[in-house]
Design a protein around this ligand. Structure first.
Ligand code: NAP
Length: 323
């Protein structure tokens, strides 16, 4: 599989990484409905067996469950995997209510808990998940740089940060990478964030390149209507009218364009997100082994000019429909 260097680090990551949010399952505010842990472990193994060399998780995914499952899956293969997790979203164990906390004490305790759940003594890439509260990002970053000195973390990263927030924390410690959203539907990083990261040698690990499954063409209107109440996608504005019809039409167009190359719509959506070399890697979620295996097929696919132009036309059509 194609690999790219992550920022200034010595991490060579495959251009498709495995996202472990959905394997956190349901029954909390940002859940994905029910999920079988044995199937999740098989999914992680399928991704690694297929060549993916890095896994992204977070404590908040399933309120500890995703990290626990990832730790279990990596038990005998930890050394061959680049492990990425986050801090800053904590929860009350009784009420399961999630809140933001970037205090030094909380970040240090979160890292300790993640190491236990992941069954490891070192996390390769550690993120501030959200820059909230904004006034605490320096304190959290200081805490992360202490954890690097201690040997609990290898590289420090941020997620959902603006350029000015990256300017602030980079005075304290180098940022290895930024994790922002990026897909054909959410293109907000193109104007400022991608050039900023390119200019500052910060790696980009973009998330939700298939817009939480919407761009695979497999998430039909019927499936969306039937999603369980504990699948957050039920509330996503991209999966409701007035946007839904335009998004489903886009997914259909992608399926037919990809078929000409013997590929799927999801693979095309991921390959498109990787077309700028400043984007180091795409984090692609999967909850079944076949999905992980299929998603690997996006890596190394360079879109030709004709295909890129047809995608531009489809995206322009979608924009027009949404006006
Ligand atoms: N830092 C942040 O704030 C942040 C935010 C969001 C995500 N992330 C990271 O990015 C990762 C990826 O994002 P994401 O999970 O939101 O979205 P995604 O990668 O765009 O979509 C993943 C979902 O699409 C469906 N899918 C996957 N492969 C498929 C295939 N081959 N065919 C058909 N359907 C397929 C699965 O759901 P179904 O089977 O249920 O349809 C899967 O859960 C997350 O797991 C997480 O690690 C980070």
């Amino acid at each position: 599989m194609e690999k790219r260097r992550l920022g200034n680090s010595d991490l060579m990551v495959t251009t498709v990484g495995l996202g472990a949010w959905a394997i956190g399952g349901g029954e909390y505010a940002f859940g994905w409905g029910s999920q079988d842990d044995r199937n999740s472990i098989r999914t992680i193994h399928a991704a690694l067996d297929g060549g993916i060399n890095w896994v992204d998780t977070a404590p908040v995914y399933g309120l500890g469950r995703s990290e626990t499952v990832v730790g279990e899956a990596l038990k005998n293969r930890r050394s061959s995997v680049i492990l990425s997790t986050k801090c800053g979203l904590v929860w009350d164990p009784e009420t399961r209510k999630i809140s933001n906390n970037l205090s030094k004490k909380s970040v240090t305790a979160e890292c300790e808990a993640s190491l236990k759940r992941l069954q490891t003594d070192m996390i390769d890439l550690y993120h501030i998940h959200w820059p909230v509260p904004d006034e605490s990002i320096e304190e959290a970053w200081e805490a992360i740089s202490r954890l690097i000195e201690k040997g609990s973390i290898r590289y420090a990263a941020v997620s959902n940060f603006s350029p000015s927030q990256m300017d602030r924390v980079s005075k304290i410690h180098e940022i290895t990478s930024l994790q922002p959203p990026y897909s054909m539907i959410e293109r907000g990083i193109e104007q400022e964030i991608i050039p900023y990261c390119r200019d500052h040698s910060i790696g980009l690990t973009v998330y939700s390149p298939m817009q939480a499954g919407l761009l695979t063409g497999k998430l039909t209107r019927e499936r969306i209507e039937g999603l369980p109440d504990d699948d957050w996608r039920k509330k996503s504005s991209h999966m409701r009218e007035p946007a839904l019809s335009a998004n489903l039409e886009l997914a259909e167009t992608l399926s037919s364009l990809a078929a000409d190359y013997g590929k799927t719509a999801g693979q095309l959506a991921v390959a498109w997100a990787l077309r700028d070399p400043a984007v180091t890697t795409a984090i692609v979620g999967a909850r079944r082994p076949e999905q992980a295996q299929q998603n690997i097929g996006a890596s190394g696919w360079k879109l030709d000019e004709d295909l890129a132009e047809k995608i531009d036309q489809a995206l322009a059509r979608r924009e027009k429909q949404l006006k």
